[in-house]
Design a protein around this ligand. Structure first.
Ligand code: NAD
Length: 321
């Protein structure tokens, strides 16, 4: 069994490897070769922590395992540790023996950024020039850095509920050599691609803030009650997701479904577009929306990829187990 501690991941994992792993596993989910197990998430009544497991099996990639972890709100203040903590465990699908234990914190950020990037590659207009960011927290920097690699973007515009955080994403744009401008929400109409990544429970982006032809990746809503965009926007858009069951229950589509604005049959798997079974964008005026809810198979896919990279570089700790 291999052990890859969190400290090793940053030097090993690349955005390209994360993109490739997530694109492949979304395709496997849509073809039926991979499936996610029911998610367990519990308030454990200790340290106000939320703890759970996300697992699955990918028969195409032969990846079996789970991510265990959650959110410990007191970590930073009490112990100087980050509040999100997770570890991925991989198992040999032929024998059930554990094959790897991999630090999951950075991988979670990379796989989430890869998901919106995969949606941009497959759904955004090829001539997209302006990226609009809604959100400027920890995850927003990862989403923007990865998205900028998906086209010839000439400008980043950004809005955040807490405007003092905007320099976080301005820095990423500047490092990529792309000019940044802070805008109001109606100013998002200039964007060709919009990524929302906030922890909001009420919509920020309204349907009339979005121009025809825009691709929107809604990445923040992963829990019942959260919401980043007006439900009417989903009715204006063609809606794609990583996993339909999550999209309509805990993802951005939960609200449009509850309000009767769209039906489950109008939410499509992004993997079907990757596989060529769904046409994806069919016109330059169409609005496409990706509801990225985050699935365990994404975590397993990037963990397996980083294990391969570690083995190639000979840096994993091997334990006789
Ligand atoms: P963070 O705490 O670093 O940032 C939170 C962001 O939300 C900031 O931009 C903040 O200004 C904004 N925000 C807070 N309250 C708001 C409000 N009322 N209205 C609008 N915006 C508000 O968190 P993060 O690590 O960047 O994560 C952001 C979100 O992404 C979280 O909801 C998290 O659960 C979610 N997430 C989703 C996935 C996935 O796979 N879909 C993966 C990781 C994180």
């Amino acid at each position: 069994m291999l052990i890859l501690p969190p400290r090793e991941i940053a030097d090993l994992m690349t955005r390209a490897a994360a993109f490739d792993a997530v694109e492949k596993v979304f395709a496997a989910m849509a073809s039926g070769a991979a499936y996610n197990f029911p998610v367990v998430r519990e308030a454990i009544g200790h340290e106000d922590a939320l703890y759970g497991f996300k697992g699955g099996f990918d028969r195409a990639g032969l990846t079996l395992g789970l991510k265990a972890g959650g959110y410990w709100p007191n970590n930073l203040e009490k112990r100087g540790l980050i509040n999100h903590q997770s570890t991925v465990f991989l198992f040999d699908p032929d024998t059930g023996k554990p094959s790897a234990m991999v630090g999951g914190n950075l991988l979670t950020a990379l796989r989430t950024a890869a998901a919106s990037s995969v949606s941009i590659k497959h759904l955004a207009r090829k001539d997209a020039k302006v990226i609009g960011m809604i959100g400027a927290g920890h995850q927003a920097t990862f989403q923007l850095r990865a998205a900028l690699e998906q086209g010839n973007f000439e400008k980043v515009i950004g809005w955040n509920y807490h405007p003092e955080m905007l320099p976080n994403i301005e820095k990423v744009a500047t490092e990529a050599g792309v000019p940044f401008q802070a805008v109001t929400l109606p100013g998002m109409v200039e964007a060709d691609v919009i990524i929302s990544i906030t922890s909001a429970f009420a919509p920020s982006l309204m349907a009339d803030h979005v121009a025809p032809g825009t691709h929107i990746a809604c990445m923040g809503t992963d829990t019942k009650g959260k919401q980043e965009v007006e439900a009417a926007l989903l009715a204006r858009a063609t809606v794609y997701t990583d996993e339909i069951a999550q999209s309509i229950s805990i993802g951005e589509a939960q609200h449009a479904i509850a309000e009767g604005l769209i039906t489950e049959a109008e939410v499509f798997q992004i993997g079907a577009v990757i596989n060529g079974d769904n046409p994806g964008r069919t016109s330059d005026e169409q609005i496409t929306l990706f509801d990225g809810t985050g699935v365990g198979l994404q975590d397993l896919a990037v963990a397996a990829a980083v294990v391969d990279l570690a083995q190639a570089r000979g840096v994993a700790i091997e334990v006789d187990f």
